[in-house]
Design a protein around this ligand. Structure first.
Ligand SMILES: Nc1nc2c(ncn2[C@@H]2O[C@H](COP(=O)(O)OP(=O)(O)OP(=O)(O)O)[C@@H](O)[C@H]2O)c(=O)[nH]1
Ligand SMILES: [Mg+2]
Ligand SMILES: [Zn+2]
Length: 291
């Protein structure tokens, strides 16, 4: 039989079968030998054994996998920001968008807390991401605004909610699906953040797909990336690619199409400046690679 792993505790996994039933499956020792660890989101083959139980036989090929928290086959990253407080950290947003591009995951930008919308802040964020073509939706977990649109964007996809702490990821999921009853915190939970709380990803099957709540800025991966690769992960830069140099980093090179687009206001200056920061960061990292 086939199914998708919703969660794992020790070597026991909850597998939702195609027939709609859940089975508790044990991963056989063979997985350890093959170096394969089943993850939530994995499609697996299992052999039923007794009442709603089974043995996992194989993990089907993965589309992608994230490590913190561990989850496989993600279709969509829902990047939640607050339209009020906490102040959005757009460098982190850009890094998450970069991960999406690299892993073939579609991003969805969500501005929550629109019931207390800081109009200037919201307009600024929208104008910064408009040239990227990424979809942005404005919502309010408390007021209900935009929740239907958000719901529609989740249909038949595995969507992971990520974003700074206290932006309202869990609140949004609770607003859409009250039965989840996820813990919701306050802005003053910073003290708790130092504590190492292990949290495992869990898929909640819904809307013909599934949603995953994650704490804080999870799913941000920091594996090696060559600075030269960076421009190809910025959709608005790819659009302006007739630079003099084919391997243009769009920084100090002459006759640069991206710089021209920037002057013409076709690319956001804020996002461009954060891009430059990232390029410099990656160059530094490369310098110290063998330290
Ligand atoms: N005004 C307003 N406050 C909200 C809204 N959504 C969430 N909040 C508040 O924001 C705070 C944080 O909400 P959470 O849902 O715990 O935020 P989170 O993103 O899940 O936070 P972490 O789990 O720490 O990453 C809580 O006090 C919520 O009541 C909203 O739409 N409007
Ligand atoms: Mg939360
Ligand atoms: Zn260029």
């Amino acid at each position: 039989m086939r199914g998708i792993i919703l969660k794992g505790i020790g070597s026991f996994y909850t597998v939702l079968c195609d027939d709609g039933e859940s089975y508790i499956c044990k991963a056989r020792g063979k997985f350890r030998i093959d170096g394969k660890t089943p993850l939530p989101g994995d499609y697996v083959e299992f052999e039923p054994s007794g009442e709603m139980e089974g043995y996992m036989r194989d993990i089907l090929p993965r589309k992608n996998a994230f490590l913190r928290p561990a989850v496989a086959n993600v279709d969509q990253l829902v990047i939640v920001m607050a339209a009020s407080a906490p102040k959005p950290d757009l460098l982190l947003t850009d890094k998450l968008l970069l991960d999406c591009e690299r892993r073939g995951v579609s991003p969805l930008l969500v501005l929550n807390k629109c019931d207390e919308r800081d109009t200037e802040l919201v307009n600024d964020i929208i104008s910064q991401y408009q040239p990227t073509g990424y979809r942005t939706i404005e919502v309010s977990a408390h007021g209900g605004e935009g929740l239907d649109e958000l719901k529609r964007a989740l249909f038949s996809k595995v969507s992971c909610f990520t974003g700074q702490s206290a932006v309202g990821k869990s609140s949004l999921l609770n607003a859409l699906l009250p039965e989840l009853d996820l813990p919701v915190g306050g802005l003053s939970r910073k003290v708790e953040r130092g504590k190492h709380t292990t949290r495992h990803a869990e898929l909640w099957p819904v809307y013909g797909g599934a949603v995953v709540d994650t704490p804080g800025f999870s799913l941000l991966e920091s594996d090696e990336l060559a600075p030269e690769e960076l421009p190809s992960f910025y959709p608005e830069m790819k659009e302006h690619n007739d630079c003099y140099f084919t391997a243009c980093l769009h920084m100090s090179e002459p006759d640069c199409a991206v710089k021209r687009a920037l002057e013409e206001g076709k690319i956001s200056r804020g996002r461009y400046e954060r891009y430059c920061e990232l390029v410099k960061e990656l160059i530094e990292k490369r310098k110290h690679r063998y330290d």
